[in-house]
Ligand binder design. Structure first.
Ligand code: ATR
Length: 286
């Protein structure tokens, strides 16, 4: 029941009606009997500063941040954690007794989704497609996992710069190159894991895939960060080629779980969040 003591959490973005965060977090709150509620606010660009002032003045306990505010919100926060700082984007804010701290849980969510699928990352050869916000966040985590990382991006310079920055930071060898069927073929040849961190294949372009079907093979684990549609063409073709797959919804669940854990400092009820997400998707969310 909502009462005078109820803690308020929210997601801000524009558009926001299709956000899956309220369903996941409210289910988690209910399951654990927490006196809290999670709501969605549509905030347009010009009102972002006011919205952050509102978070402070209303004492909103925690916030998820989505498009188009993930980078712009940084200038209104008091502190960033190391992931948010590196990526230059925030998807989670903790209101720590008036101090607003920004986090980025996208990379943490992706890596946890891979590990929870049963994969050990140490020593694995990983091909990451995409060096945008999500790609950077995932690369930042993978660079700390003692795996062999190869980053490919349509704009090759971005991949090279990201690889060089991570190499300096973590004193490890990372390849960065432009994305083409030739570079993909070369990189996938002996790879264990392939991750699509681009928007290719997302609705309404669900007929697109970043990787030709003939490059997919048994023994490869393919993760797609796209979750709309849940079964992307890449995931479908990976399955039919005998590869293992990790759905974008898993990354979504684990980035949400990581936000939950930042706010509550207690393990998130992941299965409850997964069920809430799948119920919502069945009813036509996202
Ligand atoms: P996000 O925060 O979701 O990662 P983003 O920062 O805009 O969004 O990054 C989008 C990613 O998808 C980038 O890696 C982008 O490649 P570029 O850096 O070359 O723009 C990639 N991307 C988008 N459309 C693409 C396409 N049609 N083919 C290949 N890559 C594409």
């Amino acid at each position: 029941m909502i009462a005078g003591t109820t803690k308020v959490f929210c997601v801000i973005g524009d558009p926001i009606e299709h956000s899956l965060s309220p369903a996941m977090h409210n289910a988690a709150f209910r399951h654990l009997g927490l006196d809290a509620v999670f709501v969605a606010f549509r905030v347009d660009r010009k009102n972002l500063e006011h919205a952050v002032k509102g978070i402070r003045s209303l004492g909103i306990a925690g916030v998820n941040v989505t498009m188009p505010h993930k980078t712009a919100i940084i200038s209104y926060l008091d502190e960033l954690n190391k992931e948010a700082e590196f990526v230059g984007a925030v998807n989670t804010v903790l209101n720590a007794e008036g101090k607003l701290v920004g986090f980025n849980t996208d990379g943490i969510g992706a890596v946890r989704a891979l590990k929870e699928s049963g994969l050990t990352l140490k020593g694995k050869k990983i091909v990451l497609i995409g060096a945008g916000g999500a790609g950077k966040a995932i690369a930042f985590q993978l660079a700390q996992e003692a795996c062999e990382l190869r980053i490919l991006n349509r704009d090759g310079e971005k991949a090279k710069q990201l690889a060089a920055k991570l190499e300096r930071k973590f004193n490890t060898k990372i390849l960065g190159n432009s994305l083409s069927q030739a570079t993909l073929k070369e990189c996938i040849k002996d790879a264990d894991v392939l991750i699509n961190a681009t928007s290719v294949g997302m609705q309404p372009n669900h007929n697109q895939t970043p990787v030709d079907r003939e490059l997919l093979k048994p023994g490869l684990t393919v993760m797609d960060i796209v979750y709309n549609p849940v079964e992307t063409r890449l995931i479908r073709e990976a399955k039919s080629a005998g590869a293992n797959v990790v759905y974008g919804t898993e990354m979504l669940i684990f980035q949400g779980a990581a936000s939950f854990e930042i706010w509550w400092k207690t393990p998130a009820p992941v299965d409850v969040m997964r069920k809430a997400l799948s119920d919502k998707l069945c009813r036509g969310g996202a």
